[in-house]
Design a protein around this ligand. Structure first.
Ligand SMILES: [Zn+2]
Length: 280
C-alpha cells in the first residue's frame, strides 16, 4: 500500500478527534460480560466456539459475519500488543449479542506504511510517527504484511464466508486494515455477492472505536473491555513528557466510562447501517 494514496495516521487521528468532540447519541444498553461472569450465562457469538447446531441457528437468524482486523503492534508502554484485535473483536461481540450474527477470529496481520531507515532496517507504522523520537523499531510490533497479501487473505476469507452461508460482512480495526477494507468495499461486494459494511467516510466522523493510536480513545476502550490488561502507571507521570509512539489525546485522561460510551455509540452506528440495508 502506497502511503501517498491513503490517509496518514495523522489524518486518521485528526478525524477521530474531530468525531470525538461531537455529541453522543443516547447509548445502547451494553451487555458486555464482566471478567468473572460465568461462561454459561454469556451468549456465544464467536465462530470458533460454536457447535454446529448453534452455528446453524445463529446463521439462520442473522447471516452476518463480523471480521475483526487486528495487529500485534506497540500501543505505548501501557497497553497490550494485541490491543487492536481486542478492541475490534470486543466491539463486534457486543454487536453480535445485540444485533445477531457471528464473530470471526481476528486477523492479526495487516498492511501499514513502511520505509527503510538509514541503517537499512525497515521502519513500520508507528516506528516513524511524529511521537516516536528518534524513529526506531518499537518493541513488540509483529504484524506487517504487504498490502497485496492482505488483499488476497481477505478475499479468501470472503469466499469462505459466502460458501458458509453468510450474506453480509462487517469488518473493522487497525487503521491501515480499515482503510484497505473500505477502499475495496464496493468492488468486493459485486465480486463476492455479499453485502459489505465498514467505517466508510459516511460514518467516520461519528465513529468512536479505534480513532487514535494508544491515546485517550483506545486506552479508554481497553479499560472498558479488558481493564486487567491496562497499566497506566507505565506512562510518564509528568504531563510535560509525551508517551512514545502514542497519537491523539492524552491517554492519562482515559476512563473506562468513556470507553463504554465510545463503544456504545459505535454499536449504534452499526445498528443503523444494518437497519438501512434491511438486515434487521
Ligand atoms: Zn490500535
Amino acid at each position: 500500500m502506497q502511503e501517498a494514496d491513503h490517509p496518514s495516521r495523522r489524518d486518521f487521528i485528526a478525524a477521530g478527534l474531530a468525531g470525538a468532540s461531537a455529541g453522543l447519541v443516547p447509548g445502547v444498553q451494553s451487555t458486555a460480560p464482566g471478567q468473572g461472569e460465568s461462561e454459561r450465562t454469556i451468549m456465544k457469538v464467536r465462530f470458533d466456539e460454536l457447535l454446529p447446531h448453534e452455528f446453524r441457528k445463529r446463521l439462520a437468524q442473522r447471516p452476518i459475519a463480523y471480521l475483526p482486523l487486528g495487529t500485534l503492534e506497540w500501543h505505548g508502554e501501557h497497553l497490550p500488543l494485541g490491543s487492536d484485535a481486542i478492541q475490534s473483536e470486543g466491539l463486534m461481540v457486543e454487536c453480535a449479542r445485540q444485533l445477531g450474527g457471528i464473530v470471526m477470529p481476528p486477523i492479526h496481520l495487516g498492511p501499514d506504511r513502511a520505509k527503510p531507515a538509514d541503517d537499512g532496517k525497515m521502519l513500520v507504522g508507528m516506528d516513524y510517527a511524529e511521537s516516536t523520537t528518534p524513529p526506531r523499531q518499537l518493541d513488540g510490533s509483529c504484524y506487517w504484511v504487504p498490502a497485496g497479501f492482505h488483499l488476497l487473505m481477505v478475499d479468501a476469507i470472503l469466499a469462505q464466508l459466502k460458501r458458509a452461508g453468510f450474506r453480509a460482512v462487517f469488518a473493522d480495526g487497525h487503521g491501515p486494515s480499515r482503510w484497505s477494507w473500505v477502499e475495496n468495499l464496493s468492488e468486493r461486494q459485486v465480486r463476492f455477492g455479499l453485502k459489505l459494511f465498514g467505517v466508510t467516510k459516511r460514518i467516520s466522523s461519528q465513529w468512536r472505536s479505534q480513532v487514535d493510536h494508544a491515546a485517550r480513545n483506545e486506552t479508554s476502550l481497553m479499560m472498558h473491555l479488558r481493564p486487567n490488561l491496562v497499566d497506566l502507571s507505565q506512562l510518564p507521570p509528568s504531563r510535560s513528557t509525551w508517551p512514545q509512539g502514542v497519537g491523539g489525546e492524552d491517554p492519562r485522561d482515559a476512563t473506562a466510562a468513556y470507553g463504554k460510551e465510545c463503544l456504545e455509540k459505535s454499536v449504534e452506528l452499526v445498528r443503523q447501517m444494518f437497519a438501512e440495508a434491511g438486515l434487521l
